[in-house]
Structure formats: C-alpha cells, structure tokens
Write a protein that binds this ligand. Structure first.
Ligand SMILES: [Zn+2]
Length: 277
C-alpha cells in the first residue's frame, strides 16, 4: 500500500497569520516544525495502518517548507516546485492507493483561516460547474481521474466541512477552529499529532484504488478583485471574459483544468501591482 500526502501549510497546527506561512519570516521558521509535526503524524498513522510506502508532496508556496530531518525515516519527500500536477504531483503513476490532504484550507471568498485559492488575494472566487471550489475540491477532481481516493483531510474546522463536499468518506481532523480569516482557537501540536496519527491509521483502510472517474467536462469560473486581472487572464488560450472581473474556460478533464488554472493564476499574479493590486 502506497500513500501520497499532499501537504499545504495554511491549515497546519498553530498557523493563523500571513507571516506564519511566508517563507523567510521568523514566524514561518517557527511554524515549519508544527507543519512538519502534522505531516509526520500522518506518516506514522499510515504506517500504523499497514502502509508500505508514504510519499509526501510539498504543496505550499515554494514547496520547500517541511523539515526533512524531523520526518519519520520510512517516508520520502518530494520538495521544490515546477511539477506537472503541482499540489498532487505523484498521483499519476498508477501506484498510489490513497491520498491525504494535510494542512488544507477553505477556498477564496469563503470563511476559514487564511482562506484562498492559489493566490493569497486577487482571486475572490472559483467555481467548477457552478460549485464553489477550494484547492481541495480542484485536487479531488484531479486525483479521481487516476482512481485515487482522498482518505484523510486536515485543516481548520471549515476546511474539514468543505471536505464533506468533495471527499465525504475521508477521515477529517480539525487542528483548529476558525474565528476569522486570521484568527483561530488552536490545539497544541502534541494533541493534534495524536489526533492525526489515529485518523491516518483508520484512513489507511480506505486506501483502495478505484476505477478512474471521467467527470468532465469542467467549466471553471474565476472571479478577481480587479478588472485588469480578468483582462490579463484572457491571454491564456481558451479563457474568455464572462464579466467585469470574471473569466471562464472549459476543459475535458481536470488534469487539463488544473493546468489551465495554473496558467491563469500565474498570468494574473504577474499583473498585480504592489499598491493597487
Ligand atoms: Zn499554501
């Protein structure tokens, strides 16, 4: 049994503030070990549950946050950026039986600690076939195309609630309770590690590959906080303007959908000016 862990940082234990997840800050340095603790707890739980192999794919920012030296030696970690499937890289080789979304968060425009979708700001909403989408939902569509079930989701309580929509069977662990976008009631790393480890052990029983899902076509709509970002995004082939601050495109698969989304966010972020956005 091989488990893939997609590890994002905004939903990690103790994290509530932009600097907590911004590489290079002293708070980020401090929060890295709590993020690593969450991931390591999942690794240990999956091995408790009978996994033979656990691969961690770093999925936050530059994708160089976790402390390799603090991880269980049975795990391997894919670190660094520029990967064809980004946050769920590694799922496409036909050897993964289940995936865990660790440290996930609510989507742009939703309630939730550090809620966003790909860009910290600039995007105010994403919809897939008219359903409001978080990164979890987008990635769940991608992994379903490879027949890999989402078996565990951790994050704040809102991220866990969001996961009920895209992975109803997955185990969920809320490591903190949302108060505002930048505030949460947090549980200690010792407590959350115990909770995550126990949930991962149980989640391992759900790690059974399924028939690949052909769920397309997917129409992805993206709303920005400024008009010029919508204009900039239409540079991407297939992306059309659907409103003053909105664009949309349709992809046959979410593999293509997520890659176009990456192009849209990269172009849009390049068009953001420091003062006016
Ligand atoms: Zn992140």
């Amino acid at each position: 049994m091989k488990i893939l862990i997609s590890a994002d940082m905004e939903g990690a234990t103790g994290v509530t503030w932009p600097a907590d997840v911004l590489p290079g800050t002293s708070q980020w340095e401090r929060c890295r070990s709590m993020f690593t603790s969450d991931v390591n707890a999942a690794v240990q739980g999956f091995f408790d549950g009978g996994a033979d192999e656990v691969l961690i794919n770093e999925a936050h920012w530059t994708m160089r946050n976790l402390l390799l030296e603090q991880l269980d030696e049975r795990a391997q970690m894919l670190t660094g950026r520029h990967k064809s499937l980004s946050m769920v890289e590694g799922v496409q080789h036909g050897d993964v039986d289940g995936i865990a979304f660790i440290g996930y968060h609510a989507g742009a425009g939703m309630e939730g600690v550090l809620a966003h979708t790909f860009l910290a700001n600039s995007i105010t909403g994403v919809w897939v076939n008219d359903v409001r989408a978080s990164e979890g939902l987008l990635n769940a569509h991608v992994v379903a195309e490879y027949g890999v079930p989402v078996i565990l989701v951790t994050g704040d309580d809102v991220a866990c609630e969001d996961a009920l929509g895209y992975a109803p069977e997955a185990l969920k662990v809320a490591v903190k309770d949302h108060v505002s976008r930048y505030a949460a009631v947090c549980r200690t790393p010792a407590r959350t590690a115990a909770d995550i480890r126990a949930a991962a052990k149980e989640a391992a029983t759900l790690a059974v590959r399924r028939e690949p899902v052909d769920g397309g076509p997917f129409t992805v709509a993206v709303e920005f906080d400024a008009e010029h970002l919508a204009m900039a995004a239409t540079v991407v082939p297939g992306v059309t303007r659907t409103g003053e601050r909105k664009v949309a495109y349709t992809s046959g698969t979410m593999y293509d959908g997520i890659r176009t989304f990456k192009a849209v966010t990269t172009i849009a972020s390049a068009a953001v000016e420091e003062q006016y956005g």
